[in-house]
Unconditional design. Structure first.
Length: 236
């Protein structure tokens, strides 16, 4: 990717991914113009993902005190021709400046909330990982305990489907659509021995999605890598 086309570079690390099979009708109002829902073996998925956002540079510049932070996003999966892509329903970060830049650049649904996380080795030689956000009654958490060793997802697996979407689309206020590319290496994943979500998520995602975000249909931890996000290009 030529430097003039780069909007952001960073490292996305320790991605805790909870995945839920949902009725496609729930997502159709969010599908950007020019794209269609992407399925895995006839199922439509959303993912709730918490991760570390490190060494961040925007347009080649680092923002003081904003290079490293956490993000939690709720996303689903679409296609446009051969591009397999993600669409974000809601993205949460702890800094207002980061949220404002993302809203300005892509019209993504970013908000700022207090956030924390914890990653530690467990006695079984795996990892216990937790991402939390919100305050008091609106506090939510995702937790996961890994089992086994990390490996590159198998071809045709759900883990490959979830982790290997390299484009993003964002609906615009006037009904148009923005397209951007996300480049990164393939990620290794650990399978989850146990995973859960806790808290009332309706203030963040609304009642329809909050009813779904309880026990995930699948979960795993991805190690992550350096990423490069292109500038958005208007396609409609």
């Amino acid at each position: 990717m030529e430097s003039k086309n780069v909007f952001l570079t960073a490292e996305w690390l320790n991605l805790l991914m909870l995945n839920y099979s949902v009725d496609p009708g729930l997502l159709r109002p969010f599908v950007p113009k020019g794209t269609e829902l992407d399925e895995f073996q006839g199922q439509t998925f959303i993912s709730l993902i918490g991760f570390e956002f490190n060494n961040t540079r925007i347009l080649g510049l680092s923002v003081p005190f904003h290079r490293s932070f956490l993000e939690v996003n709720l996303r689903f999966y679409v296609r446009r021709n051969e591009n397999r892509a993600v669409v974000f329903i809601r993205e949460l970060v702890p800094h207002r400046a980061i949220a404002a830049i993302a809203r300005w650049a892509f019209n993504e649904n970013y908000s700022s909330v207090p956030m924390s996380h914890c990653i530690r080795r467990n006695p079984g030689d795996g990892f216990d990982v937790e991402y939390s956000w919100g305050t008091e009654r609106q506090r939510c958490s995702t937790r996961l305990t890994t089992a086994g060793d990390a490996s590159i997802p198998e071809e045709g697996s759900l883990a490959q489907f979830i982790t290997e979407h390299y484009w993003g689309y964002a609906a615009q206020r006037d009904g148009g659509c923005l397209e951007y590319e996300v480049q990164h290496s393939r990620w290794r994943v650990w399978r989850a021995q146990h995973a859960e979500f806790s808290g009332d998520s309706s203030p963040y995602y609304g009642r329809k999605f909050s009813r779904i975000l309880s026990k995930p249909d699948s979960a795993f931890l991805a190690d992550g890598s350096a990423v490069t996000v292109s500038r958005g290009i208007r396609i409609y």
